[in-house]
Design a protein around this ligand. Structure first.
Ligand code: B3K
Ligand code: ZN
Length: 873
């Protein structure tokens, strides 16, 4: 496969003004007639060939202005259609292809999921339907006619607004025509046909335009779609209020399908979702699922403006829509729930997914400059770090300046296929400022390391802060420039309140914001009456690794007193992480008891909300610690240290946890709201430590929690503890759960993931056995992500077992999955991204497994090959 480069970008020589599609749906032989109205651009030389993309296509016929093309006038291959010498005047091309949705196991293009026809076109799936300019800058107006058997496919959906429907005379078939007035790229095309049912709501936009909202699900699931509808309505209101963005069609349809490679897709007016992000009730969904649904529904809806109305010029600009839309969905959830808690959750996610990516062989800039397979770049870096960059723009410009920039972006680029440069320019012009140094964040990869040290001069009443940034080399970028880093901060005085300074020198400092621009800067604060503890990077104001230069005593002080809740949490995390590393090395951490007692106070602090207290108690994961250690990692030692620490905290604070656990009352009728979810999560966190303690009665208490659970959060949470700590009752619990939920795929996914995450001497055989379970299937991504993804993601000791069995197994299933679904295979094989951090024994095994994939006797997909090669590089 060839390397695609940003610098090679060129406009298409022809413009597709309109496209009219007719789908004659049949499971194994669907015919697609595509009529394109084309014209050459003014500067296109006469005789320039028209080259359209294809992928595994079969051409049935091709006509130019109504006349079949002579054989020598075109060349058709499965992956390309070339029309030689097209007219120099506007012309019409009618292309008929035949495709096989039933055989489409890659879940890209048109495929069948549980008898439902659906599509996934981003990034390059449309070319698996018909020959086309399958690239985001080719915007066109689409009309779609769908024809299908009426009894098995009563519902026919397309993009835009419905036009007409009817029977096809003399057959059992019917049709529907949809028209989308908004020009769009092919990746936003969608079609659905099947036997579905829907829930509906009427919505009126801020300016009074009525919109029909429908969420389509398989029959019998309609009572599980209510939360999604609720989330959709709240998202629409929020975007009007917060960004002044209204919806722009008469209908907004969502469809939930069970076979889907990722979370969901923002097709214009017809979002298609993985059913995991639509279906929820208290019996089958956890609080985290409810939160995820709210986020993803909002995210896809917000794409209507950031993604669809303004799209990307090419795929290198992916973060233009994804980073920005993630930022928007994060802000939405922060407004709907608790802002500090949401911030903590987002940072946990960033640090656990993006930091490892950016510190390993798969590191790439938020806006990459080359790729082989674009589907490999839907990464935590593009999405989550991309969102952090937008957040930093807001931090630097302030809320009003940010909004002005966004307003200009919407106004100036509506209808465009745009770039990051266009986006940045809007903020610069709207605020009369220069963001050129800041823009480095889009181009330079890697996680900067920020090191702080400080000193206090009592006589001069000055406080001096030294800050130094370094960014380690990343693939393709050996030398790094200093970043523009916004550091929100406070100087915390002995009474816990921030001390005001009279003057600051040495950097751009404005109120509580300090902006670093150089490798090393010394900032002197004047008028400081007593020695402060600096609280740096409040709200996690930049995606950097901070070494705060504080001793344990000072960290504990911040954990107790910082007015920034995020940094209170961060202080606790830093302490836990440092101590866990010392324990991993066989040392006994200094200040452990003082820390444990501060932890108890935080857990009991009634002034903090429950969810925050739950997060405060969260131990860094084994993976987090491995990343923090960074080299020669022994995952068994980490696991043992972490287990021991949990046990010790559990034993020394047992009474505290028991007290908190019993005092929290959750209302009897289930509600997924943030407050109730926070109570459940704090209770489960207390139970986690009690279960870990080994103290008599704790296993029975955990089992009782499981037995009494009347919702999935508690049931799954308690079962996970029984299994994780291998308590009496684990086996019974697993059986009871299975009995209760067999037949409900999304619930059984949880059962698979709990079993896969459990520490276990012979984890790989356990997984192998589970792949034979009726609840599992290699063909449905959700099943694979739950079982295999659960093993790779949560079973650190199992996956990184020193004998290499985890690596061998990943190699084996990568090759197996790659034959049918390269995107799923490629996503899993990314778990090798951390192999270079392991100790020598493990590295040898991992490298051998990676090489085995590369040298296997089968044709590898570009997706898998690219990842494996980058890992080995
Ligand atoms: N835009 C889609 C992701 C498509 C992934 C293609 N491999 C979902 C989203 O980010 O909203
Ligand atoms: Zn998105």
């Amino acid at each position: 496969a060839q390397l695609i480069k940003l610098t090679d970008y060129e406009e298409t020589p022809y413009v597709i003004e309109t496209v009219s599609l007719v789908f004659k749906l049949h499971a194994e032989a669907t015919e697609v007639v595509s009529t394109l109205s084309l014209h050459p651009r003014a500067r296109t030389p006469a005789g320039t060939a028209l080259e359209l993309d294809g992928d595994e296509l079969k051409l049935l016929s091709i006509k130019l202005n109504g006349t079949p093309l002579e054989d020598d006038a075109y060349d058709a291959a499965p992956d390309k259609l070339v029309v030689h010498n097209p007219p120099t005047e506007p012309f019409k091309l009618e292309i008929t292809t035949q495709i096989n949705p039933a055989a489409n196991t890659r879940l890209m293009g048109l495929y069948l999921s549980d008898g439902i026809y659906c599509t996934q076109c981003e990034a390059e799936g449309f070319r698996r339907i018909t020959y086309y300019y399958d690239r985001p800058d080719a915007l066109s107006v689409f009309t779609t006619r769908i024809e299908a058997d009426k009894a098995s496919n009563p519902i026919l959906l397309g993009n835009g607004n419905p036009q007409e429907t009817g029977r096809i005379d003399g057959t059992d078939r019917h049709f529907a025509v949809w028209h989308d007035p908004h020009p769009k790229p092919a990746y936003l095309f969608a079609l659905v046909a099947g036997d579905l049912t829907c829930i509906s709501e009427k919505y009126t936009t801020a300016s009074g335009k009525p919109v029909d909202l429908n969420i389509y699900v398989e029959k019998g699931n309609e009572q599980r779609a209510g939360w999604s509808m609720d989330s959709l309505v709240r998202s629409m209101r929020w975007d009007e209020k917060t960004f002044g963005r209204e919806y722009d069609l008469d209908v907004f349809n969502i469809v939930a399908v069970s076979a889907f490679n990722m979370g969901a897709m923002e097709n214009k007016g017809l979002n298609i979702f993985n059913d995991k992000y639509i279906l929820a009730n208290s019996e089958t969904a956890t609080d985290l699922d409810y939160e995820g649904i709210e986020t993803v529904v909002a995210h896809e809806y917000f794409h209507n403006w950031t993604g669809n109305r303004i799209t990307c010029r090419e795929w290198f600009q992916l973060c233009l829509k994804e980073g920005l839309t993630v930022f928007r969905d994060q802000e939405f959830s922060s407004d709907e729930r608790s802002r500090p808690v949401k911030r903590i959750a987002d940072v946990v996610r960033l640090k656990s997914r993006q930091f490892p990516e950016d510190q390993g062989p798969l590191s790439h800039p938020v806006r990459p400059t080359e790729y082989k397979e674009i589907n490999n770049f839907y990464t935590a870096t593009v999405y989550d770090k991309g969102a952090e960059l937008v957040r930093m723009i807001k931090t630097i410009l302030g809320a009003d300046g940010f909004r002005k920039g966004m307003d200009l972006y919407f106004e100036r680029h509506d209808g465009d296929a745009s770039t990051i440069e266009d986006f940045i320019k809007c903020f610069e012009e709207a605020n009369d400022t220069d963001l050129s140094h800041f823009s480095l964040w889009y181009h330079q990869s890697g996680t900067p390391h920020l090191k702080a040290s400080s000193s206090y001069d009592e006589a001069a009443k000055t406080f001096t802060l030294e800050l130094e940034q370094t960014t380690p080399a990343t693939p393709g970028q050996p030398e790094k420039e200093p970043f523009f880093i916004p550091v929100r901060f406070g100087l915390v005085g002995p009474n816990g309140e921030d001390i005001a300074y009279s003057k600051a020198e040495g950097a751009r400092v404005d109120g509580d914001l300090l902006c670093l621009t150089e490798r090393k800067q010394t900032v002197v604060f004047h008028g400081i009456g007593s020695k402060p503890v600096p609280s740096l990077l409040r709200e996690f104001s930049a995606p950097v690794k901070l070494e705060a230069g504080l001793n344990r005593h000072e960290q504990i002080f911040l954990m107790r007193h910082d007015i920034d809740p995020f940094n209170r949490w961060q202080a606790a995390q830093t302490l836990m992480s440092e101590m866990l590393i010392e324990m991993t090395n066989g040392d006994i951490p200094a200040g452990k008891d003082a820390f444990i007692s501060a932890l108890a106070n935080m857990a009991e602090d009634e002034n903090l909300d429950h969810a925050f207290r739950g997060f405060g108690l969260m131990l860094p994961s084994e993976k987090d610690i491995a990343l923090e250690i960074g080299k020669d990692v022994d995952t068994d030692a980490i696991g043992a240290a972490r287990d021991a620490f949990a046990k010790e905290i559990g034993a020394s604070l047992y009474d505290t946890f028991e007290r908190i656990y019993s005092a929290i009352e959750v209302s009897e009728t289930f509600s997924p709201d943030a407050a109730s979810a926070g109570k459940r999560s704090l209770k489960l966190r207390c139970l986690y430590y009690m279960a870990a303690s080994g103290i008599e009665g704790s296993a029975a208490l955990t089992k009782a929690h499981f037995d009494a659970a009347d919702n999935m959060t508690d049931r799954m949470g308690a079962l996970n503890l029984l299994v994780t700590w291998n308590l009496e009752g684990a086996k019974d619990g697993l059986q009871a759960f299975e009995k209760r939920h067999q037949g409900t795929a999304l619930a059984m996914d949880k059962w698979l993931s709990i079993a896969a995450g459990a520490p276990n001497e012979d984890a790989v055989s356990t997984i192998r056995t589970l792949t034979e379970h009726p609840a599992f299937s290699w063909d449905i991504p959700n099943r694979v992500y739950s079982l295999i993804g659960g093993f790779l993601g949560s079973n650190t000791r199992g996956f990184h077992k020193a004998d290499g069995s985890g690596y061998d197994y990943l190699a084996e299933i990568t090759l197996h999955l790659d034959k049918n679904n390269p995107q799923v295979a490629s996503r899993l094989v990314k778990s090798f991204g951390s192999w270079k951090n392991m100790n020598a024994e493990r590295r040898v095994k991992a490298k051998a497994a990676l090489e085995r994939i590369l040298n296997a006797d089968q044709q590898l997909s570009t997706d898998v090959k690219e990842i494996v090669e980058r890992c080995l590089d």
